[in-house]
Design a binder for this molecule. Structure first.
Ligand SMILES: [Zn+2]
Length: 366
């Protein structure tokens, strides 16, 4: 299929462009230019660095379909990419470059077709800020613009046949300890920020999770100190909590607050700053189920695989927290996300593209 070659070419052009969360400018510029060059003349970039392809009108009911363009990697230089045995290796390729490229290609196909929407408007969005400390920046901006007028929200992210129907809420914190420190020999006995932070982390790891609940916590990175012969003046860590239910997420947050308060009462200078949060979902309604069933049916017929409902943390968290029916669909066969050994299987692209088009065609007149 000629168009598959074009899609592959697009993926090869997009994949190496670095796009750490909140620094997506280069990718957003590329996407906008590609869309304009390929007939999607109405595409524009909003203040949150979302590249938006609007279909239909801006009033009335809206459907939002997005694919994030940021990656977890901090690189500002182009990523290394290589093709080997039908696999395309590149950091961020499956999460989420390939999904974003497919969405761009669908925008071109739909724009070329001149088809009319059944009603309202459809926004295809290449969005910013999904990973790390992006705090769902792009998704929040587009959802806040249309809010209750959004009838369905779909995110293309990760791999098929999985769909994410249950959002996992999360909060991410920066923990910081400061003290006087000093010379390791002459000031021995002074408080050591690394030792204080370590004991605080041990306290966090002693907490017990409520039985029968899906909830996790993690210290993902620590830094601090000056040298081997210095009592550390400062130490810091990143801490994350996740839960499916809001009250459990709040309980984990309260545990952190309580431990920090205890340390403060003992005279330690400790702070926990909330850096990012993803809300938990709300109750599942019939409208949610209708969307899930429709998507599952399309995955079955286009990939031949049995879809699997999962919980996960994606752009869907935000609309789902506002009771908007939302689902995250993986379009490609990708492996090792969030590692530098990430790859996709190129022979999955045909099914990927057909699946994406089937999902979108639902909103258009035949
Ligand atoms: Zn992703």
């Amino acid at each position: 299929m000629e168009s598959l070659e074009q899609l592959k070419k697009l993926i090869l052009s997009l994949a190496p462009i670095p796009a750490p969360s909140l620094q997506e400018d280069k990718r957003a510029d590329f996407c906008l230019k590609w869309l304009h060059d390929n007939g999607v003349k109405d595409a524009y970039v909003d203040e949150a660095k979302n590249v938006i392809c609007p279909f239909g009108n801006d009033e009335g009911e809206q459907v939002v379909v997005c694919a994030h363009i940021d990656t977890v990697f901090p690189d500002l230089e182009p990523y290394d990419m290589r093709e080997e045995d039908g696999k395309l290796y590149c950091p961020g390729i499956g999460d989420n470059t390939a999904n974003a490229a497919i969405l761009m290609f669908c925008a071109k196909t739909l724009s070329d077709s001149g088809k009319e929407l059944k009603h309202g408007g459809l926004k295809l969005v290449l969005n910013s800020g999904e990973e790390g400390f992006g705090n769902l920046k792009g998704c929040r901006a587009i959802v806040d613009r249309y809010k209750e007028r959004i009838h369905e929200f779909i995110a293309f992210d990760l791999s098929y046949p999985n769909i994410i129907t249950t959002p996992i809420g999360s909060k991410r914190f920066h923990l910081n300890v400061q003290c006087k420190g000093g010379h390791s020999f002459y000031r021995f006995g002074n408080e050591n920020a690394i030792a204080t932070l370590s004991s605080l982390i041990c306290r966090l790891y002693d907490q017990t999770l409520p039985e029968g609940e899906i909830a996790t916590f993690n210290v993902g990175k620590i830094e601090g100190g000056t040298s081997v012969n210095t009592i550390a003046e400062q130490a810091e860590a990143f801490y994350e909590i996740r839960a499916i239910r809001n009250n459990v997420l709040e309980m984990l947050h309260n545990n952190l607050t309580r431990i920090i308060e205890e340390y403060k009462e003992l005279g330690h200078k400790v702070e926990a700053e909330l850096l990012a949060m993803r809300p938990c979902g709300s109750d599942i309604s019939d409208a949610h189920e209708t969307l899930f069933f429709r998507v599952e049916e399309l995955i079955r017929s286009h990939t031949g695989q049995e879809p699997c409902r999962n919980c996960g943390s994606t752009d869907c968290n935000y609309p789902a927290s506002l009771s908007i029916p939302a689902v995250c669909i993986g379009l490609i066969r990708g492996y090792n996300p969030h590692t530098r050994n990430e790859y996709i299987e190129l022979n999955s692209l045909e099914a990927s593209y057909r699946l994406a088009m089937a999902v979108l065609n639902h909103y258009f007149e035949n």
